[in-house]
Ligand binder design. Structure first.
Ligand SMILES: *[C@@H]1O[C@H](CO)[C@@H](O)[C@H](O)[C@H]1NC(C)=O
Length: 316
């Protein structure tokens, strides 16, 4: 699509998000399904935050980071899903340009924070398993807070660069976004200016927060695996592995969906496929984290049981 720089081009003040389809019954079905996923993700993540906050035996670095990740995922889904639900059922599927850029900013920043927090968590597991003597000296409360805070700070600062560049683009002519939230590619496709600088910067920053963490996580887990395989007893091996298996599952799901979303559709360049895959990381990943931890992690199990028994004794 080539849009010439005409003076009388109307400037776009709002975008139309096309959503999924125009078939009413299908939309109602999608609304119900996504709404349920949203409820599960919000309640599951809130539960994890409260369990960790109010259980003293969970006040260790691993669960501090887990709590922070759950806290993040509450914001992450709430940035996209409520608007998406509205778009699905509303007649006017519009969002203002400022609203769209704001949504993109928070979406990008929170996704980047998730990458960095997952990396910090794998570093924590690496120290605990491969450097057990150093671990209590090194992983102090202040380091935990510093690592978490810098994950948030870096992500919000880096994404700000891309967002500022996007704010300087002008949008004119076509204003329909063939997507259900304001993601980078559909938005950039609508600009009638040269977007190469913005795209280059976006590529560089998103690589910095996805590829580098991915590499660090892979290195951490290679060391962890090597260390675990060296443990002579089977029970010792299982015990060491159980402390990081939940996190490894979450990392695999998160990076799996990220890779599938960004690599597969660019090969086939199908809009529908891209939309479908985007659902994985907006709807699915925030649900996966609490489910994995509440199903598989023994400490969270214990905390949950304690909390439930307290409640039933209160009722009695
Ligand atoms: C997560 O970490 C950030 C930065 O340290 C902090 O501002 C936020 O309050 C933390 N959230 C929770 C629930 O611990």
């Amino acid at each position: 699509m080539v849009i010439p720089f005409l003076e009388n081009q109307t400037t776009v003040v709002e975008f139309v998000l096309r959503g999924f389809s125009s078939i009413r019954p299908l939309n109602i079905f999608l609304f119900v399904v996504f709404f349920l996923f949203y409820i599960v993700s919000i309640s599951g993540n809130t539960l994890i935050v409260f369990l960790v906050l109010f259980n003293h035996h969970l006040h260790i670095p691993m669960y501090f980071f887990l709590m922070n990740l759950s806290f993040l995922e509450i914001w992450y889904t709430s940035n996209d899903v409520p608007k998406m639900l509205l778009i699905i059922i509303a007649e006017h599927k519009t969002i203002s340009v400022a609203g769209c850029l704001t949504q993109f900013y928070f979406f990008g920043s929170l996704a980047a924070t998730e990458c960095l927090l997952l990396t910090v968590m794998s570093y924590d597991r690496y120290l605990a398993i491969c450097r057990p003597l150093l671990y209590p000296i090194h992983m102090t409360g202040s380091l935990c807070i510093m690592l978490a805070a810098s994950s948030w700070l870096c992500s919000f600062l880096l994404t700000a660069i891309t967002t500022v560049l996007m704010c300087r683009l002008s949008f004119c002519g076509a204003n329909e976004i063939n997507h259900f939230f304001c993601d980078f590619t559909p938005l950039i496709n609508l600009s009638c200016m040269d977007t190469s600088l913005t795209e280059t910067i976006a590529f560089a920053t998103s690589s910095a927060v996805t590829l580098v963490p991915f590499l660090l996580i892979t290195i951490s887990y290679s060391c962890i695996l090597a260390a675990i395989l060296k443990i002579p007893s089977g029970t010792g091996r299982r015990k060491a592995f159980s402390t990081c298996s939940s996190h490894l599952t979450v990392v695999t799901v998160f990076y799996g969906t990220l890779i599938v979303t960004y690599l597969v559709p660019s090969a086939s360049s199908s809009q529908l496929l891209r939309k479908g895959f985007s659902l994985l990381y907006t709807i699915l990943t925030p649900v996966v984290n609490p489910i994995i931890y509440s199903l598989r992690n023994k400490d969270i199990h214990k905390a949950l049981k304690k909390c439930l028994s307290k409640k039933s004794s209160l009722l009695r």
